[in-house]
Design a protein around this ligand. Structure first.
Ligand SMILES: Cc1cc2nc3c(=O)[nH]c(=O)nc-3n(C[C@H](O)[C@H](O)[C@H](O)COP(=O)(O)OP(=O)(O)OC[C@H]3O[C@@H](n4cnc5c(N)ncnc54)[C@H](O)[C@@H]3O)c2cc1C
Length: 382
């Protein structure tokens, strides 16, 4: 596996580093504090081409490799996790179903504006009674008047309710629950479609700048041209999209771990107790050394999964392993970094506290870590 970045990937990393340092790091903390999604920053990222990261130029994107995306995420996520979370959800689960499974007319109509960064994409899978158990969704799509009538409810959907959102690509059951073998299809529902409404932005422990809501569908009618991909393969289309989403959450986790490692190291070098910097105490040194080592291990797993995707090889197991390892490392490292900061690390005035709050969701989103265990165990033949 050659992980030397290409010239294009290196240029992208530089662009992201500069934007993250100059714009995101200075403006996003206020958005986190006020719990609003900073769409101004996302629009600017769109102008830089960053919202069409994994989409080919033919459809308005920049056709970046998955390895390049991970490397870019390492820069964006260092500055702010909410912006990085909204960005990665758009780039992967918010856009990829249309690119991977949509027809050319759908790509022109919905994917191009997403890839060009004019609108934000959302992925509607989870429901109040069906999270890990994806086959348990009850949102229904029935054939009606030459199209589809959708009824149901989605939970925790990111990026659907901002002033930049276009709507959602959702998964619905097309067969009655007791109507024989379950069948699922995915549909685009645009935001002004009659019967499509949403709840208020929810308040998380972290990712406060991410817009996450419940979505409601009451007799929402869409034409056949809104059906994305095969009418019976919607679930497998969604699950394969999540494989890429897991690499993305792993990359986000790497960025969080790097951020808290840098903060804790700097703090330890300057904070003096008992007449010397606390970095001179072995207990503190060992924490930092452990974080650095675990980060490097998680990094290799994540880049390996990205490399496999770019090489056109299977990466299901590796993406789950990367997400499992990297998110665990991130939540643990954030806790250790707060510990190194002592009392000030607990206060929201301190950036490390914000990253600590942002860490927990990494073990939950895009398939909980228990579900990553299930996927990995299944690949082992269990
Ligand atoms: C901030 C945020 C943003 C999100 N954005 C989106 C989005 O944009 N689109 C979207 O569709 N979803 C989104 N989600 C939903 C997310 O994917 C789900 O929360 C997640 O998949 C878990 O589902 P659940 O919350 O229903 O938990 P449940 O599935 O009810 O799980 C509860 C607990 O039971 C465990 N569990 C469940 N089944 C098993 C099993 N078989 N073996 C062992 N343990 C098990 C879980 O691991 C977990 O610990 C978001 C969630 C959050 C918090």
């Amino acid at each position: 596996m050659d992980l030397e970045l290409s010239a294009d990937e290196t240029d992208l990393v530089e662009l992201c580093r500069e934007f993250a340092t100059k714009e995101i790091a200075t403006r996003a903390p206020e958005a986190w504090e006020q719990a609003v999604c900073p769409t101004d920053l996302l629009r600017e990222m769109g102008e830089l081409g960053l919202l069409g990261m994994l989409i080919p130029e033919q459809w308005g994107g920049i056709g970046m490799s998955t390895v390049g995306f991970v490397a870019a995420m390492e820069q964006i996520g260092l500055a702010d996790q909410s912006v990085a979370a909204a960005w990665q959800a758009h780039v992967t689960i918010g856009s990829l179903p249309l690119y991977l499974f949509g027809n050319d007319a759908q790509r022109e109509r919905w994917l191009r504006p997403l890839a060009e960064g004019r609108v934000l994409g959302a992925f509607g899978l989870t429901e109040p009674d069906a999270g890990s158990d994806t086959r348990g969704i009850t949102t229904r799509a029935e054939r009606r008047d030459g199209g589809w009538l959708i009824n149901g409810r989605k939970a925790f959907i990111s990026n659907a309710g901002t002033d930049m959102s276009f709507g959602v690509t959702l998964l619905a059951r097309t067969q009655a629950i007791d109507g024989g073998e379950a069948r699922f299809a995915s549909f685009v529902v645009e935001k002004d479609t009659p019967g499509f409404t949403m709840g208020p932005k929810m308040r998380g422990i972290g990712w406060r700048g991410l817009d996450t809501r419940e979505l409601y569908f009451d007799d929402v009618w869409v034409g056949d041209d809104h059906l994305v991909g095969d009418r019976d393969l919607g679930l497998s289309q969604f699950l394969s999209t999540l494989e890429v989403g897991r690499i993305s959450i792993a990359a986000l986790s790497l960025s969080l771990t790097q951020a808290v490692l840098t903060m804790a190291t700097e703090y330890a070098k300057h904070r003096r107790q008992f007449g010397k910097p606390i970095s001179k105490f072995q207990a503190v040194q060992f924490k930092l050394a452990d974080i650095a080592t675990e980060l490097e291990a998680a990094r290799w797993l994540t880049y390996r999964a990205a490399y496999l995707r770019d090489a056109g090889k299977p990466f299901l197991k590796e993406a789950s392993m990367a997400k499992l390892k990297a998110s665990r490392v991130a939540t643990w490292a954030a806790s250790e970094a707060v510990q190194i900061h002592g009392g000030i690390g607990y206060m929201l005035e301190s950036p490390v506290a914000r990253f600590y709050c942002d860490s927990k969701v990494l073990e939950i989103g895009e398939g909980t870590n228990e579900i990553q265990h299930v996927v990995i165990a299944r690949m082992l033949g269990c």
